[in-house]
Each structure stands twice: as C-alpha cells, then as structure tokens.
Ligand binder design. Structure first.
Ligand code: B12
Ligand code: SF4
Length: 479
C-alpha cells in the first residue's frame, strides 16, 4: 500500500470519508445559460449509505465556492482517510486539482462518477489512488474500511488501482438488488437552502431533484452510460412518494425534477405512481425527461393532472434517417404526436436537438429546423454531437478526433470535437438559425404573421445563397 501519511497509517475504528463535488458554478461559462443547479444525487446517496454503515462522512460542495480552497481546509480539519471525488467531463480539471490537494495532504484520493468511469487511467495517473467506475455505495464503504485499517485496497470488488504501470481491476461488484433499500439522500450534507433559495428567487418555486431509477434499457449510439450500462432498476412508487413527502415536509419543496435518464419506462410503474400522487395530494409541480415513444397522449393527460409542468423530450433530429443512424428507436410520427399532445395539455416542452452526427447532410439539418418551426417548443437545446469515450459514436469517429479537450465548451455541445461532414462554423451558424427560429416563434403573438413569415423567408434565402456556400466551401458531406 502506498504511503498516505500519519492519519491513514494509524489503525482507527471509524473510517472517515470526505466527499467532494468539484463543480464550481461561477467558473463555468455554460452555467447561466445551460446548467440548472441541483446537488449531486450520487454524492448525497453515497453519503447517506456510508452513514448507515457507521462511517463518518462529510461533503464539500464547491458549487457556490470561488475556488477549491474549501476542499483543502476541510481535509485539514476533518482528516479523512479517503477523499472521494465525483467526476464529470465538465469538471475534469477541478477534480484532478482536488485529487492532488488530497494526496498532498496525506489522504487517499478516489474518483467516481461518469468521467472517471469512462477514462480511469487519466485519473489513476494524475494523483488518484483508486477509481470506482460503477455503482459506488457498497464499494466505497469497503474501500474506506480497508484504507482506514491500513490494508491495500487492490483487489477490492469494484475498485481500480494502478500498480507497476498498469491498471489492476478488482472483481466486478454486483449492482444493489433493491433501490428501495437505499436510505433517503443525505440532503443535510449540502446547503439545500442555498440551492432552494436560488430557485425561489429565479422561478418562485423551491425546486429539488429526485431520482426514481438507475440506468436505461435503451441503446442510443452516442449515449454514455459508463456507470449503469443498459441495466435498469426502479424504486417502488411508494418509496418515491416517501422521498417527495420528505422533501416537502423538511425543505418546503414545491417543484420536483425527476432526473431519471428516462422517466416512466414501465407503464404499470408510472400508472401506480400517478395514482399515489393523486391520492396523496402533495401539491407538487414536477418535470421529467421522457421518450416520445413512451409518452402516449392519455398518459400525458394523467401526468398533467398530477402536476406535470414541463417535459424534456429527446427529439434529436427531424430526419428519420438520422434517428435510425443514432439507434434512437423512435419515429418521427411519435415526435409529432407527442409535441401536439403536450401542446394540447399546456405542458411546456424542452427539446433536445443534436447536429453533426455522422451521416447528417444539410438536408437532414433542414428537416430538423422545419420540425422545430412547426412546433415551436417553448425551450430547446441544440448541441453539436459530442463523441464521449466508451460510446459507439466515439468508436466510429476515433480516427477523426480533433484532439480538442472535451471539457467546458465541448461538454456543452458548442464545439466540434471530430472532423465531421462540415466545418464547426457551419454548425455554429445552424445553431444560430435555431436561435432566430425560436425568437420568431416567441414573436408570433406580438408581430403580425406576415412580418414573422417575411423575416423567416429572408433568413432562409440568406442561409441558402450566402451562408451555406461560404461556410461549406460548397463541399458535399464527407461522412
Ligand atoms: C441528473 C443529471 C443532471 C442534473 C443534475 C446534475 C447533478 N448535480 O448531479 C442536471 C440536469 C443539472 C445535469 C446537468 C449536466 N449534466 Co447531467 N446528468 C444527470 C443524470 C441523468 C443523472 C445523474 C445522477 O444523479 N445519477 C444517479 C446517481 C446515483 O449516479 P451517479 O451520479 O453516477 O453516482 C453513482 C456512481 O457514479 C458512483 N459515484 C459517483 N460519484 C462518485 C464519487 C466517488 C468517490 C465514488 C467512489 C463513487 C461515485 O456512485 C454513485 C452511486 O452509486 C446523468 C446520467 C446518469 N444516469 O448518471 C447525467 C450526466 C451525469 N450528465 C451529463 C452531462 C454532460 C451534464 C451537463 C454537462 C449537461 C450540459 N450540457 O449542461 C451538465 C453538467 C452539470 C454539472 N453540474 O456538472 C453526462 C456526463 C457525461 C460525462 N462523462 O461527464 C451524463 C452521464 C449524461 C450522459 N449520458 O451524457 N445533469
Ligand atoms: S439517450 Fe436516453 S434513452 Fe437513449 S440510451 Fe441514453 S439515456 Fe437511454
């Protein structure tokens, strides 16, 4: 085992774990526009689980901090055996910084979460002594106990370490059998009032995030699912309602974001949840991310009746060819049916759209824009496809990666990270066209339809005659 300083060498009865969320909102250029602030549910559940295992836990959430200094001072005062850092591509640099600080202060640094799971070597060669690429609860508890007891954690199920220049993998750790057995998230480990107060000031609602499932059974080619893969487990609807009630009673939460990869995968499950929500009268509004093939109009109607206010819809493309290439498993007719049903029900729709996926031509982009024009969703995000390591998309463009770091701008889908059919400027221009289209959609009630149509027409002509030839160099698609 490596030398980790006095705190770790002395045999101790109770292991101490400091969890760190290295996301720092004020240094994130996307924060204001794209990122909604919620504490990491992964860390809050880890914290609650470790407590249940009689492990001392604390958490440093850098979200509202100026820099990583709070992590250093907490390591000094708490003297943890293990510093556990949550990682995402977006927070890669800061996660490495926290790992270095932990190590310099004699603690054992372990990384978990999607980025470390996708590229463990990166973390193991930059100061982290271990990576937990999968579900973290039971693994971190075991790891903390062995580190606190001065044992070598190499070989612990679910743990990766670096030994003699290569990764040593512990045997796989089976997933937790029942999500209902997990304790409620340890909300007290973060400053919930800061999160809720910000929401209240900006929307008038006290918003919190809830997760009812882990994993996703679908298989979209660009989707990174390093932690749970294609597995899928759900909490019981009763357990979900218990969590909602706790949030309402303890924190006066009145708006919930269900953060599941896909909400309502199982129809009997969602039927039961909706019945419970109707019976319990929790007086909550809520939102979720759903697939168009699952959102049947009659289901939407019931969801609306129990407080559904907004749905994030993975529309992705207005071209069936592209949906098929992405292995999305959805039909354009389903997109249209769902968009129409949401409009009828008065539920806000947030569309996710993607440009630049291999095989996409200018005609496909145009089809997406036309779909967008027809339905004018209230909100949207149109990103340039990001090849995340570990995905089939990444595999397919491996030889065409530009080598630009995927953090920050790239993670927000505004940079082209591989040599696609067209140059980045074309995609940025197309993104601007969606911006104009959204503005025209908003202007429809205020300006005369003729004026709106005229502006759209002039913009289309400019796109066709000036922008496209200029930005493509009249090149045809290469992929
Ligand atoms: C909810 C969610 C959000 C929410 C809340 C984020 C938050 N504060 O946690 C919102 C909508 C705000 C959001 C925003 C973004 N998200 Co997001 N989000 C998710 C989602 C759907 C669920 C996260 C979650 O709670 N999972 C459930 C918990 C239980 O799992 P977990 O966090 O992975 O934690 C477990 C293990 O990973 C492990 N673990 C985690 N940390 C640690 C640490 C240690 C030490 C150990 C031992 C173990 C461990 O143990 C945990 C419990 O088992 C995931 C997809 C997914 N299924 O994970 C995407 C995901 C995490 N998001 C992603 C992205 C890209 C983003 C954005 C950058 C999007 C954008 N363009 O703005 C932003 C970044 C925001 C930020 N602050 O970092 C990607 C990350 C990809 C990557 N490689 O980094 C994911 C994986 C989606 C995807 N498939 O692409 N997101
Ligand atoms: S994009 Fe959504 S539906 Fe597709 S595999 Fe990923 S999580 Fe599942």
């Amino acid at each position: 085992m490596t030398d980790r300083g006095a705190a770790a060498r002395a045999p101790v009865e109770t292991p101490r774990v400091l969890l760190v969320d290295p996301y720092l909102a004020r240094t994130d250029p996307m924060e204001r526009k794209f990122v909604e602030l919620y504490p990491s549910l992964g860390l809050l559940t880890l914290g609650a689980y470790l407590r249940g295992q009689r492990i001392h836990v604390d958490l440093v959430d850098l979200t509202f901090a100026r820099d990583a200094r709070p992590a250093a001072s907490r390591i000094r005062s708490f003297r943890p055996h293990v510093v556990g850092v949550h990682t995402k591509t977006l927070t890669h640099d800061r996660a490495l910084e926290v790992g270095r600080i932990a190590r310099d202060l004699g603690a054992f640094a372990v990384a978990g979460g999607p980025d470390a799971a996708s590229r463990p070597e990166e973390y193991l060669t930059h100061g982290f002594e271990a990576v937990v690429p999968g579900e973290g609860e039971a693994t971190l508890a075991d790891l903390a106990r062995s580190v606190a007891a001065g044992l070598d954690p190499a070989g612990t199920p679910g743990v990766l370490v670096h030994r003699e220049g290569r990764i040593v993998r512990g045997p796989p750790r089976p997933f937790l059998r029942s999500l209902d057995a997990l304790p409620l998230p340890a909300w007290d480990l973060v400053d919930m009032e800061e999160y809720l107060g910000r929401w209240q000031r900006s929307t008038g609602e006290r918003r919190a995030a809830v997760l009812t499932s882990r994993g996703c059974p679908f298989d979209c080619s660009w989707c990174s699912k390093p932690t749970f893969g294609r597995t899928f487990r759900q909490q019981s609807p009763e357990r979900v309602v218990e969590e909602l009630r706790a949030l309402r009673d303890r924190y006066r939460v009145d708006y919930v974001r269900f953060c599941d990869d896909v909400f309502g995968v199982s129809r009997p499950w969602i039927d039961r949840l909706l019945s419970l929500l109707a019976e319990e009268r929790l007086d909550l509004q809520w939102e979720c991310l759903a697939r168009v093939d699952l959102l049947k109009p009659e289901l939407l109607h019931r969801m609306r009746a129990t407080g559904l206010a907004r749905v994030y819809v993975g529309v992705e493309s207005g071209s069936q060819k592209m949906l098929d290439l992405m292995n999305r498993g959805t039909r354009l007719a389903q997109v249209e049916r769902t968009a129409e049903a949401l409009r009828q029900e008065g539920v806000r729709q947030f569309w996710f759209l993607m440009l630049g996926y291999p095989g996409e031509t200018l005609e496909d982009i145009e089809a997406t824009l036309q779909l967008f024009r027809r339905f004018s969703p209230e909100e949207y995000s149109v990103s340039i496809a990001v090849p995340v390591p570990g995905t089939r998309f990444h595999e397919a463009v491996r030889n065409r990666l530009t080598g630009r770091a995927p953090s920050r701008r790239g993670a927000g889908g505004r940079a082209l990270l591989y040599e696609a059919a067209y140059p980045e400027t074309l995609y940025r221009w197309e993104q601007a066209r969606f911006g104009l289209e959204a503005a025209l959609g908003r202007a429809r009630g205020r300006l005369s339809p003729r004026v709106v149509e005229r502006i759209g027409h002039v913009a289309d002509r400019f796109h066709e005659k000036v922008a496209t030839p200029l930005l493509t160099g009249k090149r045809g698609p290469a992929a």
